[in-house]
Design a protein around this ligand. Structure first.
Ligand code: AMP
Ligand code: ZN
Length: 137
């Protein structure tokens, strides 16, 4: 028996405000929304993080995300939509069942999702090289 809250939602063992469902994915409202209408999209299969997700399930989850994003835009007339996805504690992941946040945004809602800082001289080239090396492994 799983202790994963999102697996329980998939099985109908705990309630959710379901927005969308197909064979492989599901979407429901986040109970602590950043803005009203904030939705989550998940694969029905359990994968802890994006590094674990089967590629077919990943594709289907992204397609479901687009369907939900369109519905939020139409229903809420939001000005923007953030698609966010947290992996591991340092990135703010609380629930270890891969999920995508779909967050309606409104002009002047005051949310600051992130702020960029320019690289120091040479730092971009260093990190670029490191990441390219990892891709070649
Ligand atoms: P994360 O920090 O990316 O792991 O996000 C987990 C999200 O799941 C949070 O925004 C929670 O508010 C949300 N959440 C937790 N439990 C439930 C639940 N039972 N139904 C809907 N959303 C939930
Ligand atoms: Zn799960």
């Amino acid at each position: 028996m799983t202790s994963c809250i999102f697996c329980k939602i998939v099985k109908g063992e705990i309630p959710s405000a379901k927005l969308y469902e197909d064979d492989s994915t599901m979407s429901f409202l986040d109970i602590n929304p950043i803005n009203p209408g904030h939705a989550l999209v998940i694969p029905k299969n359990h994968y802890p993080t994006i590094l674990d997700v089967d590629e077919e399930d990943l594709k289907k989850t992204i397609i479901a995300t687009k369907i939900v994003a369109k519905a939020l835009k139409d229903a809420l007339s939001c000005d923007g939509i953030n698609i966010l996805q947290n992996n591991f504690e340092a990135a703010g992941q609380l629930i270890y069942h891969f999920h995508i946040h779909v967050i309606p945004r409104f002009e002047g809602d005051g949310l600051k999702v992130w702020s960029g800082v320019p690289y120091k001289e040479g730092a971009m080239e260093d990190i670029h090289g490191k990441i390219l090396s990892a891709m070649r492994k």
